[in-house]
Design a protein around this ligand. Structure first.
Ligand code: C5P
Length: 405
């Protein structure tokens, strides 16, 4: 049974050309046995009639805050409480701006302020409007408030231009609203994931390592398994419980991690490098425990191989996704890394006083490709991993469909 069965879903429709897709969205939600009520903005009525949405949802459609007859049935506060999910699709630039500003100047904005239900928006607008700093700033505000931003997609737009700003498909919106939204998106796909720190021995009892707990990589592995993937997890030392269903290979050093990845990569479709691999290792590990004596000692270190870059450089390599922890200029530094290593996607997190992901159950991620970026917001590592897997699957499929045509 769908996790949306018997759930109350409030669909908000705003005035964009993609409003015609809202009828399909309501239909797909009803197919999942959700109970759907629709609220439109006045502008949305120019694009789709309330009658159409009433017919597909099976309930009268509301558009006015001060409608005494409708309020006598289910008042707006009651409607806000009724909802288990609120999804605004399509969400125009204007509606997003009003939401970011916290306005309550019509029924839909009022409901968004008055509800405690999770709120998702599926933006739809011209690509220049989507790229405008004002829209970017508004989206940023909403992400920080834990509003789920679904899409947009790239492609041919109603205005005749091509670019990012198309509303994502109604079926993708339904997947995102499902509690197990990623079900099946990586069915039959083989994914190799690295996780945890590496451990570079100095002597039999000491090593160079870092604070990585493995939590993010293990969460990504779990989410990929939930999405139907065949997962091989190459993990440095971690206290996390291995995700059920993954084939685990435990390694210690970067060289061992590289060798294990190389032995698994030929049959992989996707490689996700989450591990915090030590950039350097001691030139030589002492066979015996180093004795203390001198006040200062020198350590000679040598560069470790870059596992991710070497996978990305393979002629018939898989779709590659890297992670980047940055302390400054997160977006620019991460994109530089994406280009330098020849990756398909990079997932960046800022290591700041507000967000220190090391060892934490929470993180704040930004997904970046060569041209665009998507703020996945701050959330638990497992919720972020689910969102991430949906996005990775979407990019992976898009790359393959263009390669196949
Ligand atoms: O260059 P930087 O270490 O910041 O890049 C981080 C990304 O590269 C992560 O995805 C990490 O798993 C990967 N990496 C690697 N091998 C290294 C260093 C980093 O696979 N030696």
């Amino acid at each position: 049974m769908s996790s949306l069965a018997r759930k109350h879903v409030l669909v908000g429709v705003t005035g964009g050309i993609a409003a015609y897709k809202s009828a399909e969205l309501v239909r797909r939600l009803v197919d999942q046995e959700a109970i759907v009520r629709v609220v439109m903005t006045r502008a949305a009525r120019e694009f789709i009639t309330p009658l159409t949405l009433q017919a597909v949802s099976g309930h009268p459609v509301r558009d006015a805050l001060l409608d005494s007859q409708a309020e006598a049935g289910m008042g707006h506060i009651e409607l806000a409480r009724w909802a288990d999910h609120v999804i605004i699709a399509p969400a125009t630039a204007d509606f997003i701006a009003r939401l970011a500003a916290g306005l309550a100047n019509d029924l839909l904005t009022t409901l968004c302020l008055a509800t405690e239900a999770p709120l998702s928006v599926a933006p739809a607008m011209n690509r220049v409007m989507w790229d405008h700093p004002a829209t970017r700033a508004n989206i940023d505000i909403l992400s920080r408030r834990n509003v789920h931003i679904l899409g947009p997609d790239s492609g041919l737009q109603a205005c005749g231009e091509t670019g990012e700003g198309r509303m994502i498909a109604p079926t993708d919106i339904v997947s995102c609203l499902n509690e197990t939204p990623s079900t099946g998106v990586l069915q039959g796909v083989r994914v190799v994931i690295t996780a945890g720190p590496t451990w570079e021995p100095l002597d039999p009892v000491r090593a160079l390592t870092n604070h990585s707990s493995g939590k993010m990589g293990y969460a990504v592995a779990s989410a990929a398994i939930e999405a139907g993937a065949d997962v091989i997890l190459v993990s440095g030392p971690s206290f996390e419980l291995p995700p059920p269903g993954a084939t685990i290979h435990s390694v210690k050093t970067a060289n061992e991690m590289l060798a294990k990845v190389e032995s698994q990569i030929a049959s992989a479709n996707i490689f996700i490098g989450v591990a915090a691999v030590s950039d350097y290792r001691p030139v030589e590990a002492s066979r015996k425990k180093l004795k203390k004596g001198q006040e200062t000692i020198r350590l000679d270190l040598v560069r470790n191989p870059d596992i991710l870059a070497s996978v990305a450089a393979r002629a018939d390599g898989p779709f590659t996704v890297g992670f980047a922890a940055e302390t400054e200029a997160t977006l620019n530094n991460a994109r530089e890394k994406l280009l330098a290593k020849g990756l398909d996607l990079i997932v960046a997190n800022s290591v700041t006083s507000d967000n220190n992901p090391f060892g934490s159950d929470h993180n704040h991620l930004l997904l970046i490709d060569a041209k665009s970026d998507l703020d996945l917001g701050r959330d638990t590592k497992s919720a972020l991993a689910q969102k991430l897997i949906i996005e990775i699957a979407r990019h992976y499929r898009a790359k393959h469909s263009t390669q196949d045509t």
